[in-house]
Design a protein around this ligand. Sequence first.
Ligand code: IMP
Ligand code: MG
Length: 185
Amino acid sequence: MPVAALEKDVAEILIDEATLQAKVAELGAAISADYVDRQVTLVSVLKGALPFMADLMRSITLPLRIDLMEVSSYGGATETSGQVRILKDLSSSIEGKHVLIVEDIIDTGLTLNYLSEYLRGKDPASLRICALLDKPARRLVEIDIAYRGFLIPDRFVIGYGLDYDEIYRNLPYIGVLRPEVYGGE
Ligand code: IMP
Ligand code: MG
């Protein structure tokens, strides 16, 4: 198996590939219905949301634009600090546009809270959030998630874009990382 070297670090598969793909199709259908009269701009957050964005955009049946940002939060490998640094900004103006942020996971909410405020400051016509994974256990700020894929427990997950120390993003499913890998219990 091509990913065997990665799979030894996976404690369990939380969301398998077929379940992920079915959910992405469902989200795409909901977005397609809601934005039928408005042209949506998907703004994805690199690098974690890349596979989700690629699948989601192909499940939306409307004309759309995409843009990409990259942010990094200061902090340890498995925790965010709340201080966000913009590594790559939008390529085009979103003023007057209907913007949908496409994010992989919301944990404390600090990253998306910062990003929403930042994008709101650019005067979009509307701004909503689509998040594949919602991990509410450690939420520090309230985030209004218009489109949510899955509610997940407070475990550190990898795969389908999500990394630990920049690895595991290419796993086709969402798995739980063995705590031994990051020095946990
Ligand atoms: P927040 O600012 O705490 O909501 O964290 C959001 C970011 O932290 C995500 O975009 C991920 O990059 C990262 N993150 C949070 N939880 C996990 C996880 O379980 N696995 C991998 N990355 C995570
Ligand atoms: Mg991310």
